[in-house]
Each structure stands twice: as structure tokens, then as C-alpha cells.
Design a protein. Structure first.
Length: 235
């Protein structure tokens, strides 16, 4: 479904990614792990069309998407939930969800998608008239995911969804991620919390200094001594 091959990109003249490659199969969950500064968010931005590829390419469903506008990539069914959520704080929960449906496919579909999001996140139905900026951190993350789901993504990219959240809330978010995946949406899950990602991902890539340091199935990485010491705290 998604193929990133030999990707080189960065900011200005400074390269951040150096030949990164990964794949996400239809219906899979793929984790991207790594410390701060490893290039995880840069990778997400390049896949989403927010950063140009200097070398290599990004393809989705066999179609080259590197070089396309971000809004065109969204129309193909590839959506990102950015780190920090980036909600419209002065708009209501309902209005934020409606912004996720900006592709405009009719009121019947809008109501269907709202019903689906409310089924996943009942709290968003209860908070429909509240401003997004007054929600708790966990509720804001749920709203950010719900907003992305309003466009019916085929591949959903989640950039650090657990950041700043209490462990119980993180459990809830990851449970919903599993459910979204079971409903047929592929997931690219970018996280520092290696333990949680390895519990749900089929395959994982570890980035270090803008390069793929380790890649394999979750079982492979759980048995990898470097991963166990550096990311799981097992010695």
C-alpha cells in the first residue's frame, strides 16, 4: 500500500533523512521508533507531502505521491494526525470534525462518519458544543484522530499519539488504534514508546540519526538485544 524508497529530505540545506525505506502493507500496523531527533516527524511530513523529497520516492497504492500537493495526497486516502494535534482551538468539537470532512461528499455521508467517530469516541458526542481548546489532552487526541477519520482514510499516520498523556489515557488511545485497524484502516504509528508499539504492530522500523538502524517484525525486535537495552530498558 505505502512504499517509501531511499528517501532523502530535510530543511533548507540541512539533510535529516538519509535514504530511508519502509513499507506498509494493506491492513497492517507498522511502527516507527526512535529517539528525539531521529527524523520520525520529518519522515511523516515527507510522506504527507509537507516536505519535498530530494531523492528517493513515496508511492501509495502503486502511484507516485512524492511531489504531489498535501491535499491531493489526502484525497487518495492517506491522512496524518500530527504531533501536537493542531486542532482549531476556537471552534467546537463538532466543527473540528466537520473540518475533517472538507472533501465534501454529502450530508448523508457526513452523518454516517460522525456516527462512526462518536461510536469510537463517545466523549466527543458529549462535548460536541464545547470549544476544542478547553478539552483535556486525551480528549484533544481523540478529536484529532476523529477529525482524520472523517475523511475515511485507507492509511492513517499517527505522529506521537501518546505524548503528554497519562498511562490510562494512552491505553484507551492504543485500544482505539487497534479497533480502527481491525475495521480495515492501515496504520503507520510513529512513537517513542517502543513497548506499546511493539505490542500492536506487525512490523517496526527503528530510526537513528535519519537512517534505518533496525527493521523487522515486532517479534524480531523484541528479541533484538540493542532494542531491548535501548528502548525497553531490559539488560
Amino acid at each position: 500500500m505505502l512504499e517509501v524508497a531511499g528517501l532523502v529530505t530535510g530543511y533548507g540545506r540541512v539533510p535529516v533523512l538519509h535514504g530511508v525505506s519502509l513499507q506498509v502493507a494493506d491492513g497492517a500496523i507498522v511502527g516507527v521508533l526512535g529517539p528525539n531527533g531521529a527524523g520520525k516527524t520529518t519522515l511523516v511530513k515527507a510522506i504527507s507531502g509537507l516536505l519535498p523529497c530530494r531523492a528517493g520516492h513515496v508511492a501509495f497504492d502503486g502511484r507516485l505521491v512524492s511531489g504531489r500537493r498535501a491535499q491531493d495526497i489526502v484525497r487518495l486516502g492517506l491522512l496524518q494526525v500530527p504531533q501536537g494535534r493542531l486542532l482549531f482551538a476556537e471552534m467546537t468539537v463538532r466543527e473540528n470534525l466537520e473540518m475533517g470532512a472538507y472533501l465534501g461528499r454529502g450530508r448523508t455521508r457526513l452523518l454516517e462518519d460522525l456516527a462512526r467517530v462518536h461510536g469510537l469516541f463517545p466523549i466527543l458526542a458529549e462535548r460536541a458544543g464545547q470549544l476544542a481548546g478547553v478539552l483535556s489532552g486525551g480528549e484533544q487526541q481523540m478529536l484529532a484522530i476523529g477529525r482524520a477519520l472523517m475523511s475515511r482514510p485507507r492509511l492513517l499516520i499517527l505522529d506521537e499519539p501518546s505524548i503528554g498523556l497519562a498511562p490510562r489515557v494512552v491505553d484507551d488511545i492504543f485500544g482505539i488504534v487497534r479497533r480502527i485497524n481491525r475495521d480495515g484502516t492501515a496504520i503507520l504509528l510513529v512513537e517513542q514508546n517502543a513497548r506499546r508499539v511493539l505490542r500492536i504492530a506487525n512490523h517496526c522500523v527503528v530510526l537513528e540519526n535519519g537512517r534505518v538502524a533496525i527493521a523487522g517484525t515486532s517479534a524480531d525486535l523484541l528479541g533484538n538485544e540493542l532494542v531491548r537495552k535501548s528502548y525497553l530498558g531490559v539488560h
